[in-house]
Unconditional design. Structure first.
Length: 248
């Protein structure tokens, strides 16, 4: 397998082949430019894009990654072992693009874009095509779609515009363990500002943003991993419930 490039090995892993040891591909991703090129190569092979995730934190480079349409589920969602292997759970504020967005370079982009999206409670299910997340350098994680496995979306709320999405009241239960209960700061400061930052950044990457896609804006609870069989129940005040199950 050493003769295959990183993109080919990630594609193979997505099709049931072996996961990629980070040590085998050391130096394969020298920059974010390389990581995004690998994302595009994998997307060309895997299929339609159902959305994007964005990372936006003070003092860190802004990053983005596609989410495949086949991996976007409506709550309540059920994932088999074939769907997801290693299971990390992140409760997030998300947005559904309802209609074409205005020009991101326009002066009033944010005010116009507010009417083009609905807000949702979302669960990101973290999985990877790598053998070892902890050993993987930052750029290798980015090349692997920033470890996205799937996204579960709750009921869209089109009239969200009066909500404060800088800090939300939320709860996340992993079976009997409550990992979040109360106020949580939204990564990047404001969920909609983060959505707009992605819209300005994305251009035509993996086809760009289009109606029907979901954008998730960062974890409210860290990234705990669970065992298969653990029911996951999330809630964000004003956005409602979102749920996922992983039968053994």
């Amino acid at each position: 397998m050493a003769h295959l490039g990183l993109a080919d090995r990630l594609i193979l892993a997505r099709n049931g082949g072996p996961r990629v040891p980070p040590a085998d591909v050391a130096g394969s991703v020298a920059s974010a430019f390389d990581a995004y090129a690998i994302q595009r190569r994998v997307a060309d092979a895997v299929g339609a894009i159902g959305g994007f995730k964005i990372g936006r934190r003070p003092g860190q480079d802004q990053i983005m990654a596609p989410i495949f349409q086949k991996d976007v589920r409506t709550s309540p969602a059920i994932f088999t072992r074939a769907d997801i292997d290693r299971i990390g759970i992140e409760l997030e504020v998300g947005f559904i693009v309802d209609r074409p967005l205005p020009d991101p370079e326009s002066a009033d982009f944010e005010s116009q874009a507010r009417a083009c999206v609905s807000a949702v409670a979302a669960l990101e299910i973290v999985d990877t095509r790598l053998t070892d997340i902890e050993a993987a350098p930052t750029l290798l994680r980015l090349a692997d779609n920033q470890l996205n496995g799937a996204v579960v979306v709750g009921a869209p709320r089109p009239d969200w515009q009066g909500m404060d999405l800088t800090t939300v009241s939320a709860r996340l239960d992993l079976d009997s363990q409550t990992v979040l209960d109360g106020r949580a700061d939204v990564p990047g400061g404001d969920a909609f500002a983060t959505f707009c930052a992605l819209a300005r950044m994305i251009g035509s990457h993996c086809g760009g943003l289009s109606p029907g896609q979901v954008v998730i804006t960062g974890s409210l609870n860290g990234m705990p991993f669970i065992e298969r069989g653990t029911p996951v129940r999330g809630w964000i005040d004003g956005l409602g419930d979102v749920a996922a199950d992983f039968p053994t």
